[in-house]
Design a protein around this ligand. Structure first.
Ligand code: ZN
Length: 305
């Protein structure tokens, strides 16, 4: 399956500079590519600046159609916060179409959130993206380990402070408060999941290696053959066998994928399917970092033996 970056339907005028630039004294515009980065940035700006999301909450960020509204959003933006591990490579054609050179990679107006994070599952050997691998530089779902937030938030605060130096001290204070809250919450989440330590999880997509690392859980198997590729029957047969052998009884099904494969695997193994938000806001009531993690931790604590 090829990745879908479609820009054909975008009117030429919108791609050109037909729209007036924002007034010089207007507040800087901050855009995050993904809902997890949006949720962290919201905590760091704490109402001082509007942070916009380039996707919709609950939209699969691995595969979607580019819309004219996204080009407009990027055209007007002053700071772009992106994942840094190609989870959101679709932003590149949007930036190119927007004609906003400030948001090209390498610009001080671009934050690569992954910088400095210890990346898991870096592929060995050559990567062929035509095969559909959407994690070419390693697993990009690092925000799901709260212990990565000191690094991720430092990257974001550095970017915010570059474009709004007058607010640098405020952002740093917000960051300190946010990390203190995360530290306390993490201790609670760990306590909730402590009885299930070592338990193996199955998921549709390879979304949870950092989450598993954070809570001493294990990976039992993944329904997709490789990230972004629908499972083959052979792969599912092996997965089902492994789940029976290792007694894996919980499937984390990211809400934006069709449920047929997970339902089939559940029927074959007797496992329970939990519909979960891969990122904040993907299911109702999980739009901020804490409610998102609460949802994941509480659902698992109820479902795990
Ligand atoms: Zn992914």
């Amino acid at each position: 399956m090829t990745r879908r970056f479609r820009c054909a339907a975008i009117p030429v005028l919108l791609c050109a500079s037909a729209l007036a630039p924002a007034a010089a004294e207007a507040k800087p515009r901050v855009v995050a590519t993904l809902a997890d980065l949006w949720a962290v940035t919201e905590q760091l700006v704490d109402g001082q600046v509007d942070v916009e999301l380039a996707t919709h909450f609950g939209q699969n960020p691995h595969d979607f159609e580019i819309r004219p509204s996204q080009i407009l959003l990027v055209k007007r933006a002053d700071l772009l916060i992106r994942n840094g591990l190609e989870e959101d490579a679709w932003i590149d054609p949007i930036v190119e179409s927007s004609g906003n050179p400030k948001l090209l990679r390498g610009s001080p107006n671009v934050v690569e959130a992954a910088q400095g994070v210890q990346v898991l599952k870096i592929p060995r050997g050559p990567i062929d993206r035509s095969l559909g691998d959407v994690h070419p530089l390693g697993n990009p779902h690092f925000v799901a380990d709260p212990r990565n937030l000191p690094i991720v938030s430092a990257n974001i605060v550095a970017g915010l402070s570059r474009i709004m130096p007058e607010l640098a001290a405020t952002f740093e204070a917000n960051r300190t408060a946010f990390l203190a809250k995360v530290g306390a919450a993490y201790a609670g989440w760990r306590q909730t999941l402590a009885p299930h330590r070592g338990f193996g999880l199955v998921s549709y997509h390879d979304s949870w290696p950092y989450f598993e690392q954070a809570f001493d859980l294990a990976e039992c198997g993944i329904e997709e053959d490789r990230p972004g590729i629908p499972p083959s029957p052979q792969h599912l047969t092996l997965l089902i066998r492994a789940m029976k052998e290792k007694r894996c009884t919980v499937i984390l099904h990211e809400s934006w994928y069709p449920t047929d494969v997970s339902a089939f695997v559940a029927r074959e193994t007797g496992a329970k399917v939990l519909i979960v938000p891969q990122t904040p806001g993907a299911v109702p009531g999980t739009k901020d970092y804490f409610t998102w993690m609460d949802f994941l931790v509480d659902s698992l604590a109820r479902a795990l033996p």
